[in-house]
Ligand binder design. Structure first.
Ligand SMILES: [Zn+2]
Length: 354
């Protein structure tokens, strides 16, 4: 802004940050014309100063009259920033929307102009984030509409706009990218790539939603869930492994390393340890107590590639460097959080079926 007021200095559009050289203070010609459309302001040929007219219409819409130029510009900036945010369906920007609305309310002919009336972030940031959001949404919609569950390397790479490690320290980017990354893992990975890998999807969901307290050694999340019991005992490899350990009438196994080759178990439990206590009952069924301990860390799965013989393209995308790179970035954004867990299963009347 300050820069734009000095003559002879290069002026830059506050929306796109591109240089321009004519008399207006804020916007380059292209962005100004786009704003007329975006804000639904009728554009007549007779308007002599289009920038001034835009600011006047915005002031009028907000019932603000007789504003100084500074206040009118501040109002315009808040109004446009708010418009960008309203076009994005993101909960995380609600606070910023509120702040911009407050700013707009505060700007009046009766109040002295201060810089605090301006949006806390440059308009260029709102503009860039809005464009990233639109690209992200389009990419998501294109693939969901075509019911694509096979997000290949090329499609995945398109999402790299929201995986920008350099933006972590910039609050507006951090907030919006965080929410979009969250959507990415939920929709593309859990709903797409992991759609048929129930345990992996379940653990990934926890990785997104837990508060991060189970990352430290010794802090362990206990998972006791009928759904997990069902998933595991519907898995032939898991069932056979447990059954093969029930050789005596009184079993007590501790810290047994477990490795699986079936893709869902391989991805979700890679260096799990098993505790098993089992007693054979009079009816030949078993009382069993199972504990499976592991640390979930999605960035680790790239190390499993050598164990996989599958050429399944979905499995291959999970091991792709792009997805693992995204996982690393989402870990630094704290979107996905590694966690220690123990799955506990108790069955009072377990029957070995052949
Ligand atoms: Zn521009």
């Amino acid at each position: 802004m300050e820069k734009n007021k000095q003559n002879n200095k290069e002026k830059r559009c506050i929306i796109c940050n591109k240089p321009y050289n004519y008399q207006y203070d804020l916007f380059g010609r292209n962005c100004l014309m786009k704003l007329y459309t975006q804000l639904d302001i009728p554009n007549f040929r007779l308007i002599s100063n289009k920038e001034k007219h835009l600011c006047n219409v915005i002031a009028h819409r907000n019932f603000k009259f007789f504003l100084s130029k500074d206040k009118k510009y501040a109002l315009t900036k808040n109004y446009i920033a708010l418009d960008y945010l309203k076009r994005m369906d993101l909960k995380s920007v609600d606070d910023i929307k509120l702040k911009l609305t407050e700013n707009i309310k505060n700007i009046s002919v009766f109040k002295r102009y201060t810089k605090s009336m301006l949006p806390i972030y440059p308009l260029n940031d709102f503009y860039k984030i809005y464009n990233d959001y639109i690209d992200f949404k389009n990419l998501l919609n294109e693939n969901i509409k075509s019911n694509n569950k096979d997000f290949d390397e090329t499609i995945l790479k398109g999402f790299s706009i929201i995986f920008d490690a350099n933006k972590i320290s910039m609050p507006l980017y951090y907030t919006t990218f965080y929410e979009m990354q969250y959507m990415f893992w939920e929709i593309v990975v859990i709903g797409g790539l992991l759609a048929n890998m129930k345990l992996s999807a379940y653990l990934m969901q926890i990785s997104l939603t837990n508060s991060g307290e189970y990352e430290k050694e010794g802090n362990v999340l206990t998972i006791e869930d009928e759904k997990i019991t069902k998933i595991l005992f519907e898995n032939d490899e898991f069932k056979e492994k447990i059954n093969s350990l029930l050789t005596d009438t009184d079993i007590n196994i501790e810290n047994k390393l477990m490795r699986f080759s079936e893709k869902d178990l391989l991805l979700s439990l890679h260096d799990a340890t098993l505790n098993l206590r089992a007693n054979k009952k009079e009816n030949d069924n078993w009382h069993i107590d199972i504990e499976i301990l592991d640390k979930y860390d999605f960035t680790d799965i790239k190390n499993l590639k050598d164990y996989v013989t599958s050429t399944d393209s979905i499995i291959m995308s999970l091991f792709s460097s792009t997805l693992n790179n995204f996982a690393a970035i989402s870990s630094s954004y704290n979107v996905i959080k590694p966690f220690n867990f123990v799955i506990k299963i108790t069955n009072d009347d377990y029957k070995i079926e052949n």
